[in-house]
Design a protein around this ligand. Sequence first.
Ligand code: MLT
Length: 201
Amino acid sequence: TLSHRHLFVPATDPGRPPLLLLHGTGGDESDLVPLGRAVAPGAALLSPRGAVLEQGRPRFFRRLAEGVFDEADVERRAHDLADFIGEAQARYGLTAPVALGFSNGANIAAALLWLRPEVLAGAVLLRPMVPLAKPPSGGLEGRPVLILSGSADPIVPAENAARLAGRLTEAGAALTHRTLPASHGLTQRDLDLATEWLAAR
Ligand code: MLT
């Protein structure tokens, strides 16, 4: 058995890269499956459940408070997740996935880009924050990344999202950052922009 509880949906369109679905706090492996089907019809979907529990709610790493991360745990969990991705690729015969992460899931996807850039073919980060204080290790040359932020997001300050975009650009990512008139929750515009961006991958 693989190291993470997960759900796998095989591709019906082999031309599309697999999507790695990463849910928000309190979600699980089935949460983002409808979103994944909507934004990347026919793509294989690999959807792990976050291995950390916060008062019974699954997450991908520990936090000390909202928006204040346990950075040692972020690092450890990012490496665990990167290892899981490798195992799942071997098991299911997948190429490197494009991450599609929301909130806490976007933050662990950002941590993967920071620490293990080789495991992702790209990433859609929905309402992400800077995952680690130290800069990314590099190795993102040309890697496509889409960040969608909300101008009225009470959890992610605009400065933080801008800093994340700057760090990824410095590390070489081919970054698109859009800020929508939205809160922390997703809107139809998020779905439309993610769909459009993924169709071009
Ligand atoms: C986090 O803890 O990753 C962020 O605060 C987003 C969240 O899960 O609320």
